[in-house]
Design a protein around this ligand. Structure first.
Ligand code: NAG
Ligand code: NAG
Ligand code: NAG
Ligand code: NAG
Ligand code: NAG
Ligand code: NAG
Length: 363
């Protein structure tokens, strides 16, 4: 039907339809249960150019296999997985732990936690130790049969896709911003020619929650995505993207519940089955909130524009945290970003639910 119609459309209509296509590159620390993010993008009609990865909650090589395996579950392997940075720009486990010995421990240190081989044998993703090792027990979704793209890397792929589709590629980053920073530094036109940057992370004014809440509350209000690579976060958040949207505090607004999981499994497919069994009810829909803002900005019900800087002073208790400013008081070389306070929580859950229950067939 679409092909038949195409013949009758004039060339300029075809060109403008192509110009209106929305593309995205989804950068994340992929896991067994992170798939709702790419399903939501596809469900929103976005052309997902690739999943890219960088060390965050676990090591990057392990994430590559999670990305491949979770795409396979939905016959979505035509979407390439492009490996990203294994190491942040400067941060290392030793460096983070030395910082913690002075400024206090984090509840969650992601890939930089000391290795726990007992936990790995029971299905935890690897932390610490050899960054190149793969822990098969963590693949509750099954190990992948497909392979990552091996002719390029995440930062280079981002640069090339933005050159190919100027003004049309959204960069989504729900892990540390290492790959985004590398792309920004590699090509001075990259950020300006992208459509936007949407990130998960960037908490403000949450110190009292960390002090007076439970350890879980402290954990979900600590900014591990930025802390794992503060220098990259600073580069990415000061780059001239036409728009930067920050899903920080708002990413904690809607928390997974048993009622949600009970509803999602009403349509039982390989994704809803995994979500039902393994997503849990402890954590908020962090990455999904950031993706919902990318797919449908109307979900944003309260936001403001502020200038933002990342603390990159290693000898600082807020190393890797953001600070926000009004224009008149902002440090040089900072820029305005859209800081979201609140989303339509019902709509967010509907978007996740629909994408997981009816995974789009695009391959
Ligand atoms: C993927 O393809 C297989 C084989 O064609 C099919 O059985 C399965 O239902 C498909 N899965 C999804 C999620 O569409
Ligand atoms: C390692 O993991 C095991 C199993 O999850 C847990 O019982 C133990 O407390 C962990 N050890 C450390 C030092 O965190
Ligand atoms: C790259 O991937 C292709 C296709 O999977 C494979 O044939 C080739 O051996 C790979 N090359 C390297 C250097 O890993
Ligand atoms: C996006 O960027 C454009 C150009 O800088 C600006 O005019 C617009 O207000 C921004 N939109 C949002 C939602 O921040
Ligand atoms: C969903 O389907 C899977 C595979 O057929 C099955 O193992 C699982 O028990 C089902 N889940 C529920 C809650 O019915
Ligand atoms: C938007 O959020 C801010 C920060 O939480 C709050 O101070 C303000 O009252 C909110 N505005 C509306 C209209 O809800």
């Amino acid at each position: 039907m679409r092909l038949a119609l195409l013949g009758s459309l004039c060339a300029s209509t075809v060109a403008s339809a192509a110009a209106q296509r929305r593309y995205a590159i989804l950068d994340n620390d992929w896991s067994s249960t992170a798939f709702a993010v790419f399903l939501m993008a596809l469900d929103g009609g976005i052309d997902v150019l690739a999943l890219t990865d960088c060390t965050g909650d676990t090591w990057q090589h392990q994430e590559t296999l999670h990305a491949l395996a979770t795409l396979e579950l939905g016959n979505l392997s035509c979407i390439p997985v492009v490996p990203g940075a294994t190491w942040p720009l400067l941060q290392t486990p030793e460096r983070l732990q030395a910082w913690e010995s002075i400024y206090g421990p984090l509840v969650w240190q992601g890939a930089f936690a000391a290795p726990n081989y007992t936990a790995e044998a029971q299905g935890a993703d690897p932390t610490g130790g050899d960054p190149n090792r793969i822990v098969p027990a963590a693949f509750v979704e099954g190990l992948p049969a497909t392979k990552p793209m091996n002719t390029t890397n995440a930062a280079n792929f981002m640069v090339e896709m933005v050159r190919k589709y100027p003004g049309q590629v959204s960069i989504y980053a729900a892990g540390p911003l290492t790959n985004v920073a590398l792309a920004v530094r590699m090509d001075p036109d990259f950020a300006e020619n992208a459509k936007e940057l949407v990130i998960m992370g960037g908490y403000v004014d949450v110190e009292l929650l960390q002090a007076t809440g439970s350890l879980l509350m402290a954990n979900i209000n600590s900014d591990i995505n930025l802390i794992m690579d503060p220098e990259a976060a600073s580069i990415a958040l000061t780059a001239p993207f036409p728009n930067i949207t920050i899903a920080g505090n708002v990413a904690n607004q809607v928390i997974s519940t048993q009622a949600f999981l009970d509803q999602v499994i009403q349509v039982n497919n390989s994704y809803s089955n995994l979500m039902y069994k393994y997503y849990g009810t402890e954590f908020p829909f962090w990455d999904e909130t950031a993706m919902a803002l990318l797919v449908d900005p109307s979900i944003n019900t309260n936001s403001t524009n502020v200038f933002v800087a990342v603390d990159t002073a290693y000898g600082s208790p807020s190393y890797g945290n953001i600070h926000v400013y009004q224009k008149a008081l902002a440090p040089p070389n900072t820029r305005s970003v859209q800081y979201v306070f609140e989303v339509d929580g019902g709509k967010l859950q509907d978007m996740i639910m629909h994408a997981v229950q009816y995974p789009p067939q695009v391959c």
